[in-house]
Design a protein around this ligand. Structure first.
Ligand code: PLP
Length: 403
């Protein structure tokens, strides 16, 4: 048998070092648990950055994928296929929007939203050609394309990849005044994450999303919510915007839409917005393919029951209640909503990376983000017992750095 160490050795020599993984080689998984090549089990508290909201190997999703693999996997959008109507209708109903534009990865869906907003700006709002600007947030994370990293404020994501795409104004997240000041005649949209995941699960001040909605409506510009990581049950609601009863003009969805099986992303908006895209102006060979749609349809059916949203809300209370008790005990602050938490570790004790490694040794997989923050986002299928066990392991891991 090839060992983890042998596999890691090959991977480190033969793959680009664009990630810094924890030293674990996973072979199989079920629900909230994964097993490595040596047979060691770990509780997954990352969920593929919220792609596995419904658990590893979710039976309904796997069954839909298996059935579709046998029927039809790809047509390209040159033809229609029998899974597409249910996907667009189902996701349209879930989001309350008229239309869906399917893509594959999250970054592609964000790119789609940017293109749609610009085109809408020129054709509907009447912005001068080539002048459209989109207001974006400091510490955003929307993906890795050259356009998206052009407006990233993270030096790792941004620096060294110019020349950069113009047309973005970066403002402070959480400040409605900053958006107000940035708006001018060329502004077509505000693009934000309702909770900033990669930045460390940053929840904006209460009322902020409502204010953004009201301002966008008053100014006649589009509110675009990137719910790729925050959406589809993670925060205890279908969409994180719902916590403030806010409906954006465009939802950008990805990750969990593919059930942890295939990349599925989409933009959802009404016909007066998405209708600006005409044949030949945007697309992707694999976007909206039959396998992706069959998996997406299973995900939509799961979300329509409301079961996972309710479970994330209930378990989120348990998680945050327990994490709050740790504040002052090696933990500086805890943020988040539902089954999603950013835990700031006392930087004088250890880095986030060191705590992630100590957690791994104790059977829990979680990843640091930005210095001393640990992000917890277990699959929503996790049991309450396992969840509390994971938090106990976190307390233990942090305590291990006290001398
Ligand atoms: C909010 C948000 N938008 C976009 C993306 C990019 O998605 P992908 O990695 O599928 O391109 C991510 C990925 O982490 C994300 O969290």
């Amino acid at each position: 048998m090839t060992t983890s160490a042998e596999l890691i050795d090959v991977i480190e020599r033969r793959s680009a070092h664009n990630y810094h993984p924890l030293p674990v080689v996973i072979r199989e998984a079920d629900g909230a648990w994964v097993t490595d090549v040596e047979g060691r089990r770990f509780l997954d508290c990352l969920s593929g950055y919220s792609s596995l909201n419904f658990g590893h190997g979710n039976p309904k999703i796997i069954q839909a994928a298996q059935q579709q693999l046998q029927n039809l996997t790809l047509t390209s959008r040159a033809f229609y296929h029998d899974q597409f109507a249910a996907f667009c209708g189902g996701l349209g109903d879930l989001t309350g929007k008229d239309m869906i534009l399917p893509m594959n990865t999250g970054a592609e869906a964000v790119e789609t939203a940017i293109k749609v907003a610009r085109k809408w700006g020129y054709e509907v709002k009447g912005v001068e050609p080539e002048q459209a600007t989109i207001i974006v947030m400091e510490d955003n994370f929307h993906g890795r394309t050259t356009t998206i990293v052009s407006f990233s404020t993270d030096p790792d994501a941004h620096d060294g990849f110019g020349p950069y795409t113009p047309g973005f104004k970066i403002v402070k997240y959480g400040s409605i005044e900053a958006i107000r000041e940035a708006i001018d005649a060329n502004t077509v949209a505000v693009l934000l994450e309702p909770i900033q995941g990669e930045a460390g699960v940053l929840v904006p001040p209460d009322g902020y999303l409502t204010q953004v909605r009201e301002l966008c409506t008053a100014e006649g510009i589009l509110m675009i919510a990137d719910e790729i990581q925050s959406g589809l049950g993670r925060t205890g609601r279908t969409f994180a915007c719902e916590h403030e009863g806010v409906v954006p003009d465009m939802y950008v969805l990805g990750k969990a839409l593919g059930g942890g099986v295939v990349p599925v992303s989409a933009v959802a908006a009404d016909a007066d917005v998405l209708g600006v895209i005409k044949p030949g102006q945007h697309g992707s060979t694999f976007g909206g393919n039959p396998l992706a749609c069959a998996v997406g349809n299973a995900v939509i059916e799961i979300l329509n029951t409301g079961e996972y949203q309710e479970r994330a809300a209930r378990l989120g209370e348990v998680l945050h209640g327990r994490l709050r008790e740790m504040v002052g005990d090696g933990v500086v602050t805890v943020r988040g909503r539902g089954l999603w938490a950013g835990v700031d570790i006392d930087p004088s004790l250890a880095t986030g990376r060191e705590v992630s490694e100590a957690l791994m040794e104790r059977g829990v997989l979680a990843k640091d983000t930005h210095g001393s923050t640990i992000r917890l986002a277990p699959p929503i299928v996790i049991s309450e017992e396992d969840l509390l066990w994971a938090v106990d392991r976190l307390a233990e891991a942090i305590a291990s750095f006290r001398r």
